[in-house]
Design a protein around this ligand. Structure first.
Ligand code: PBG
Length: 319
């Protein structure tokens, strides 16, 4: 049948009809809110979700998030001091470890994910230990593994390696198992691209590389088959879930990963994606809420089971 018998507009005639046939819905259970914790709290009026908490101010924020219905957070730490190896990352009394203990106590029901990477902790801002100007893959693995174990011991529900070193999922899995943390899942940022859209995050997390860029370890945005190879390796090394990042420029990658693997697939709706719509909304060029909901719906429609987004807190109020 075709026009005029078939008229697709019939099911678009009212809000209720549209809702009845809607294929994709946003569910707060699937959303993760990133939280930054550092020595001092400060607000970021233009990009509120990229503000910073102190260990002390975190408990109140967690309670507020739980009251709104947010289920999961992803913690990033900004240490007081940085060094060449990024030793603050695995310090038992490091900022994330303290934050985890505080949150475990204040909000036992909140799911606590941690970003496992060294770039916020290294004086040079790269994601691993250096050998000359190069990020040395194999000596970094042990540092990442130590970091992941210290997060698990401080109360993390899952660890999320975002460094893009080869072999890090296996190294972390072995270290967790050896430390009697066999129950801690690894949510791997398996397909993480070298992206311009991380700009606002790097300002917020003070992790702009002191020289060069991250293209020697993060993926080339031109590649999708390579993303599937990254995922394949992480699955074999023991990843429990796979993340694609950034989300909006890579909806095809999310879809490809969804079709190839049966693990939970997540997408990270990154800082630049958030900042673009915030800026355009503030200028009156578009309606931020509508644009954000449309973006998040597209990410879920592409196949993401879970979404890390700076809009999660606002989304809780919108839904
Ligand atoms: C750490 C890390 C980054 C992001 C998440 N984890 C920055 C980077 O790789 O440079 C970016 C998140 C965002 O932009 O929202 N390596």
């Amino acid at each position: 049948m075709s026009f005029p018998a078939t008229r697709l507009r019939r099911l678009r005639r009212s809000d209720r009809l549209r809702a009845l046939v809607r294929e994709t819905r946003l569910d707060l259970d699937d959303f993760v809110f990133p939280l930054f914790v550092g020595p001092e709290a400060f607000e970021n009026p233009e990009l509120p979700a990229l503000g910073r908490h102190s260990v002390e101010s975190l408990a109140a924020e967690a309670n507020e998030l739980e009251r709104l219905g947010v289920r999961s957070v992803l913690l990033f730490g900004i240490p007081d001091e940085k060094d060449a190896e990024g030793s603050g990352a695995w310090d038992e009394d490091g900022v994330v470890q303290q934050a985890l203990r505080a949150l475990r106590e204040a909000s036992p029901g909140l799911v606590l994910l941690t970003d496992v990477c060294l770039c916020e902790y290294t004086s040079h801002g790269h994601c691993g230990a250096l050998d000359g100007d190069d990020v040395d893959n194999d000596s970094t693995l042990e540092l990442l593994a130590r970091t992941a174990v210290s997060h698990a011991e401080a109360g993390a529900d899952a660890v999320c390696p975002s460094d893009m070193m080869d072999g890090r999922v296996a190294a972390i899995r072995t270290a967790l198992d050896d430390a009697d943390r066999g129950q801690t899942p690894i949510v791997s940022y398996a397909a993480k691209y070298a992206s311009a859209f991380y700009g606002p995050f790097r300002e917020a997390a003070e992790s702009v590389p002191a020289f060069g860029d991250r293209r020697g370890y993060q993926m080339d945005p031109a590649n999708v088959r390579e993303a599937l190879r990254e995922c394949e390796l992480d699955v074999r090394e023991g990843a429990d879930a796979l993340l694609v990042k950034p989300a909006l420029p890579n909806l095809d990658v999310i879809r490809a990963v969804r079709e190839r693997f049966d693990l939970p697939v997540g997408a990270y709706n990154v800082s630049g994606e958030y900042a673009m719509l915030k800026a355009a909304g503030a200028r009156g060029w578009l309606d931020e809420r509508q644009a954000a909901l449309e973006s998040l719906t597209a990410i879920v429609r592409a196949g993401a089971d879970l979404v890390v987004s700076y809009w999660t807190k606002e989304l809780a109020a919108w839904l």
